[in-house]
Design a protein around this ligand. Structure first.
Ligand code: ACO
Length: 430
């Protein structure tokens, strides 16, 4: 039996009424389809910050912010973090199903084979001052990849190879930019290593001695990347879709996502959390006073790593990361005073009326920075790590968008609040 067609009625000033179709998702989420609203009534909807606007239908990630649920292609984030690895999860996000053994092996081989960047691109790194933020370098390098693969500009050309390239090469670019920033020689990728291990090798090996990747650190990195791999229509993913909707190539769309991720209210929050904790420690460690400042909105302070547009419950990723944080620091024998500060602040905030009433819980960035710090990754590289993790999500959304025959160029409307038409006055008369 065909499902019942639901409609919503909208009463408009002047007695006019609009009948709007209701769309229901597989998890029983309901949306009012307003696509015909302006044509039928002359009205648009206004929703700054897209608090209440669905921009697409998507089969990639399901997230229930009230219940603290996150699933990629139907699989619980907890299961993927425990049992999968980043390459397999990337395959899942991009292709919609877990790979068979043969598909998994072919995908890993392709990622390994495409890890090098064109030798000429090495010169680009030399042009940046040592103080450059690695997100600036990363976004520019990803855009530059399109110059080396001009067939990516052809909208009818196959995309699989470009997907493999971007997924594999961003890891190399990230590690090379770190090596350049600290004045060490670039370490080339090693084909015998898996995705995460290869990245750690390029980051931390030096030509003068052997580097052995710790399995505990490799597992933690895999889990971190999986936890960041997708989060449906967030700021950076929507940017990727928006840039891609104009027909711009995959590299351009991913570079757009990287730039959107950079901001401290989004992926830049992991760096901002560590800076906040360091600030508190350097000013005597009085975190209760800091929380008081946050609650009273002094200097527009926020508890970085807390709060989320969608999660109004504990972020399931933060739960996994808090546990991982203890394990990684214990394995490395590190006692980080910033972790004690973070735990103290979390404990207070979770009981405090300000945070409870606003449903502010730790998000994915609250503990990730402490883990990256323990791994030896510098603070200004944290957002690059986030970008590396988010890549398969961005790619999956870009692919879903270009394959969807209903895709239109993203072009919101506005309500104009400026001057009415006025006459131009020559400069002598103003
Ligand atoms: N600390 C203190 N107060 C906060 C915080 C916070 N971290 N987050 C939200 N609030 C308060 C706001 O001041 C506002 O209070 P008001 O109603 O009295 O004005 C209320 O909670 C609602 O906040 P908004 O900013 O309107 O919520 P929004 O959904 O737009 O913002 C955001 C979500 C940007 C994540 C916000 O919670 C924030 O700034 N958090 C800190 C930055 C951060 O950790 N970002 C990473 C998010 S996860 C990610 O992108 C990977």
């Amino acid at each position: 039996m065909a499902p019942e067609k639901l409609t919503a009625k909208l009463s408009l000033p002047g007695g006019k009424e609009a009948s709007l179709p209701v769309i229901v998702g597989t998890e029983d989420e309901h949306a009012i389809d307003i696509r015909a609203l302006r044509n039928d009534t002359g009205y648009i909807t206004l929703d700054s910050g897209y608090m209440n606007t669905g921009s697409t239908q998507s089969a990639i990630t399901y997230l229930d912010g009230e219940a603290g649920i996150l699933r990629y292609r139907g699989y619980a984030i907890e299961d993927l973090a425990e049992h999968s690895d980043f390459a397999e999860t990337s395959y899942l996000l991009i292709n919609g199903k877990l790979p068979t053994k043969a598909e998994r092996s072919a995908f890993s081989t392709a990622l390994t084979r495409h890890s090098l960047i064109h030798e000429d691109m090495h010169h680009f790194f030399l042009g940046y001052p040592p103080t450059s933020h690695p997100m600036a370098v990363l976004s520019a390098m990803v855009t530059s990849l399109s110059a080396y693969y001009p067939d990516s500009l052809d909208r009818n050309a196959p995309v699989d190879l470009h997907i493999t390239r971007v997924l594999s090469k961003v890891r190399t670019i990230a590690a090379f930019s770190y090596k350049k920033s600290i004045g060490q020689p670039i370490i080339y990728p090693k084909n015998s290593l898996k995705y995460g291990e290869n990245f750690l090798h390029m980051m931390f090996a030096v030509p003068s001695e052997d580097y052995v990747v710790s399995p505990v650190i490799a597992k933690a990195l895999n889990q971190l990347l999986i936890l960041h791999a997708d989060h449906e229509q967030n700021c950076s993913t929507s940017t990727v879709r928006m840039v891609g909707s104009s027909g711009a190539n995959l590299y351009a769309a991913i570079a757009g996502g990287i730039l959107a991720l950079w901001g401290p209210l989004h992926g830049g929050a992991n760096q901002a959390v560590i800076e906040m904790l360091e600030h508190i420690r350097n000013h005597g460690g009085d975190y209760k006073k800091f929380i008081d400042d946050v609650k009273n909105k002094r200097d527009n302070r926020r508890l970085m790593g807390f709060g989320h547009r969608v999660y109004k419950n504990y972020d399931p990723r933060a739960k996994i990361l808090k546990k991982m944080c203890d394990e990684v620091l214990a394995h490395l024998g590190i006692k980080d005073p910033l972790l004690d500060l973070a735990k103290g602040m979390e404990e207070i905030a979770l009981k405090d009326e300000y945070f409870v009433s606003k449903k502010l819980y730790p998000n994915v960035d609250f503990y990730s920075g402490i883990i990256y710090r323990a791994m030896g990754i510098p603070t200004n590289m944290f957002t690059v790590m986030f970008a590396l993790g988010r890549l398969p999500g961005w790619i999956a959304h870009w692919k879903e968008m270009v394959e969807d025959k209903d895709t239109k160029i993203a072009r919101p409307r506005q309500i104009y609040t400026g001057e009415k038409a006025r006459k131009f006055l020559p400069v002598e008369q103003r």
